[in-house]
Each structure stands twice: as C-alpha cells, then as structure tokens.
Design a protein around this ligand. Structure first.
Ligand code: FAD
Length: 452
C-alpha cells in the first residue's frame, strides 16, 4: 500500500502512523485509533488521486486537519489518515470584494490575520484557532464566542473545492454571494465531519473589520440571575457580538486571570460589542445598563482598551485547557438548548455530576444556548471514566428533554455515535443515512464517524 501511495504523493509524504496521528483533542478520554499509513498530499489533484486509489482498493480514509476536534472525528479506524497539513496556500485575497480563497490546511488564525491585514474581518473564532485548519472548521461547522452575532462557519463558506467519492474533484459554489441553482451541497458538506468528501479549499466571505469593540464582565449570584441578565441583554435593542458564561467551577479553574470573583453557585457573563467607535460607546452603555439592572448581579467590570479586551478573551479561550489541568482529564459535552432553558441546563449539569459522584462545571456560548457541560476526572482511572460515560448519557437525555441537541458545536464524531437516532425521528435518520450512501456508496469516508 505505502509504495503505491508514495507513487502519488512522493516518497517523503507517506509514513507509518505515530501516536499523534491516531488521536485528537479527546486523547484524555483514552480514544486512540489505528491506521495503516498517513498520507500527506501536496495538492487537490493528489488528494483526488489518493481518494481514487483508496476507493478502488476498499481502504478507509480519515481526513485530518489540525487534530483539535473534541468528538474523535479525526481518530482513524484502520486504512489511511489523509492529512491536509501540506495544503497551506492562501490562494487569493480580494479585499475589494470581501472574499478570500484558501487551501484547507490554512489555520483559522491565519485566515483571521490575513483578513485583518486587508482591513477585513473573518469573525468565526473557535478556541484552538492557531492549530485548527479552515478545512477542519468547515468539516465540523465550527462556532465560537462571536457566532452569536456573526453565525458559525457555514455562514462564511461561499464555495468549496472538494474531492467526492470515488475520487472526483469538484467545485461547489465559488466567489459568488448567491447561488440557488442546485441543492445546497456546500451546506451539506459543511459539518459533514469528513464523511461525505474531502475539503481541499474554500472561498470564504469576509466583512469590513469593526473599528472598535469593548467588553463587559458581570458576576451573578446564580444561574437564574445570569439567565435574567442575559434576557435583558438580548432584549435591550442591540446585538451583542458575543455573550458567554462560565459557572463558578469553570472560573475557579483559571482563577488567576479571572476578571471578577464568582462565589460558589455563581455565574460569570462576558459580553462584547463591536462597530464604529460612536456606536460601540452607545451600545456598551446600553448593554451595561441591561446586564446590571436586575436582581442577583454582584459586580461589573469593563474592558475598553484593546489589550485589556484581548487579555480577557484569551483567558476565556484557555478555560477548556485550564479545566483539564485540574485533574488531568475531563469529559465535556457540547449540548445546545433553547436559550430560555440555559439556566436549567447549567444547574442540571451540577445535579448530574452529584448523582454520579463527579465534580462538574460548565461554560459556553450563552447567547447561543450552547454549553460545555463538563465532568472532571483522572483519565487514568477506569472507574471515573465509566461514571463520566454514564453521566454523559444523562446530559444527552437532558438536552433532548429541554428541546435541544446533543451537539451544538463539536459534532457527533466517534464519541457520540448512535446519539442522533435518539434525537431524530426514524424518517430523518433514514434521510441522513441515504445521503451518506449516495455520496459514499462504499462507506469508506471516515467510517463510524457521524453514525446516527
Ligand atoms: C482548546 C480548544 C478550544 C476549542 N474551541 C472550540 C470552539 O470555540 N468552537 C468550536 O466549534 N470548536 C472548538 N474546538 C474544537 C475544534 O477546534 C474544532 O472542531 C475545529 O473545527 C476542528 O478543526 P481541526 O482542523 O482541528 O479538525 P480535526 O480535529 O483534524 O478534524 C475534525 C473533523 O473534521 C474532519 N476533517 C478535518 N479536515 C477535513 C477536510 N479538509 N475535509 C474533510 N473533513 C475534514 C475530520 O475527519 C474530523 O471528522 C476547540 C478545541 C480545542 C482543543
């Protein structure tokens, strides 16, 4: 196998898998895959040739971006790991037309930086931006704090350069802002977790960068008080760019840089506004009044200077890793619930933790009703791991009971395989499976991932 793949991509770009190729950011969970080879194509044409070879020889293919996924989607189950890390070209930036075309292996942070250099803005800001690839963001339809105002990755994908089974390179969409000619295959591929095709490049939409921004942190005495403050913020007549929350346990994990003290049972809210300087000043005041104007608000801090604001959001980005550092491991699920049920979901996360004898905390994208409900554990202790797996089942049931979803952000991957059929009607599950069969008749594209 390796010799034939080397003939396609070159002798130096096929290797035996190492430990890092067989795991992703869920490594703490003990999830480790197996593969026969890692193949690193240097162009979309080589991606197409690799997929064609694998399809002809019935070899499973696991597309891999930065390996930062939280659902085990890039963890292979045999066959070939198809890494996109050599596809790193920013193909084109058209500042006048607010768009950029990039290879799939360009990092999220590079996309944001290149846009900024042109006075433009790519606002999707998932937390591992220096490592995650834009291809991985597209494949998982990644979100981030600023998805509240700007939407998730799907809102910014104008076109895809993608290899479909059995090895055909196609262009879907492109540098066009509207396209309703066919079924929306761009949207279908976005969020498909490498199970319907391999993304080699994308046209991304950009917008002019906001000139100013400012942030507010609010400590509340309870999830209920935070939910009330959030409701006031969402109904005060402005659109916050971000509205995040962290419960007391999440804040305590990174207490050194925390903007405010949060007492036991309390919740911290972080809000952000963006725009021109006059509008930002006005929106900031409106938002502050809304956030602090109710019961149970303990303290407010404001961040107008750019460096202070950047420090605040960097602290926020580091929460996941700070929580892992508590015990060396965590089980974290990314439920999304209707925003008006968020307080129940925050409180229930704690109740589920107590029921299973686990310390729990949560944080997340409050304005989107998206929680990272988390149980702390020593990953090397199988008993704790078993308890956390049982607790996760309760979290999934909670999401369904509140009218939400088992994944708002990270996808089904391998870790949540089988959960969709609990959430969807049988006919919807059948449609999901029919799409998979139509685009991947041999079932070789990331088998076992996104299984309903
Ligand atoms: C500290 C931290 C913070 C995070 N914060 C967020 C957050 O705020 N929001 C959020 O949504 N996620 C977040 N994540 C999760 C993760 O960063 C995102 O899911 C990201 O989009 C994964 O990109 P990746 O390049 O690392 O993909 P991988 O982990 O390599 O792959 C993820 C999935 O996409 C598939 N895939 C990857 N590249 C391609 C391709 N080119 N073509 C087809 N399929 C492909 C893989 O097969 C796999 O199923 C965070 C992760 C960490 C570690």
């Amino acid at each position: 196998m390796r010799h034939e793949l080397q003939a396609i991509v070159g002798i130096d770009h096929v290797r035996a898998p190492g430990a890092a190729d067989l795991a992703d950011a869920t490594e703490w969970s003990g999830l480790r895959g197996r593969a026969d080879a890692v193949v690193l194509p240097g162009s979309p044409e080589e991606v197409a040739a690799v997929v064609a070879w694998c399809y002809e020889h019935d070899v499973p293919i696991t597309p891999r971006g930065g390996g930062t996924g939280w659902a085990g989607g890039a963890v292979p189950d045999g066959g070939v790991v198809l890494g996109l890390e050599r596809l790193t070209r920013v193909r084109r930036v058209d500042p006048a037309w607010w768009r950029m075309e990039v290879d799939a292996g360009v990092t999220t942070a590079t996309v944001a930086r290149r846009a900024r250099e042109e006075g433009l803005y790519y606002p999707v800001d998932p937390g591992a931006a220096e490592s995650s690839h834009i291809g991985g963001n597209l494949a998982t339809n990644a979100g981030g704090p600023h998805a509240l105002k700007h939407g998730v990755t799907r809102s910014w994908a104008m076109g895809l350069d993608v290899v479909l089974a059995p090895g055909e390179r196609v262009r879907l969409g492109g540098p066009v802002r509207k396209d309703v000619a066919g079924y929306d295959l761009v949207s279908l591929l976005v969020g498909s977790e490498g199970t319907l095709g391999v993304i080699c490049g994308a046209w991304l939409r950009l917008v002019p960068a906001p000139e100013a921004s400012s942030s507010i942190a609010v400590a509340c005495e309870s999830a209920k008080a935070a939910a009330a403050a959030m409701e006031r913020a969402l109904t005060c007549g402005i659109v916050p760019a971000a509205l995040e929350y962290l419960d007391d346990g999440a804040v305590a994990a990174a207490s050194a840089g925390a903007p405010l003290f949060v007492p036991p049972g309390g919740v911290l809210l972080l809000a952000d506004v963006e725009g021109d300087p006059v509008q930002v000043a006005r929106d900031h005041d409106t938002l502050r009044e809304a956030l602090e104007g109710g019961d149970g608000v303990l303290a407010v801090a404001e961040f107008a200077a750019r460096t202070d604001r950047e420090t605040l959001w960097r602290w926020r980005d580091g929460i996941g890793l700070a929580v892992i550092a508590q015990r060396g491991g965590k089980l974290s699920e990314d439920l999304a619930v209707p925003v008006d049920r968020l307080a129940e979901a925050i409180d229930e996360t704690q109740v589920i933790g107590v029921r299973h004898g686990l310390d729990a905390c949560s944080w997340g994208h409050a304005g989107d009703g998206n929680l990272h409900s988390t149980f702390l554990l020593d990953a090397a202790d199988p008993a704790q791991r078993a308890k956390a797996d049982a607790a996760a089942q309760d979290l999934f049931a909670l999401a369904r009971r509140l009218g939400g979803t088992v994944s708002g952000e990270h996808g089904i991957g391998r870790l949540k395989a089988g959960q969709l059929r609990e959430q969807w009607a049988p006919a919807a599950v059948a449609a999901h499976e029919a799409v998979k069969r139509a685009l991947d008749p041999k079932g070789l594209l990331n088998p076992g991932v996104k299984r309903p």
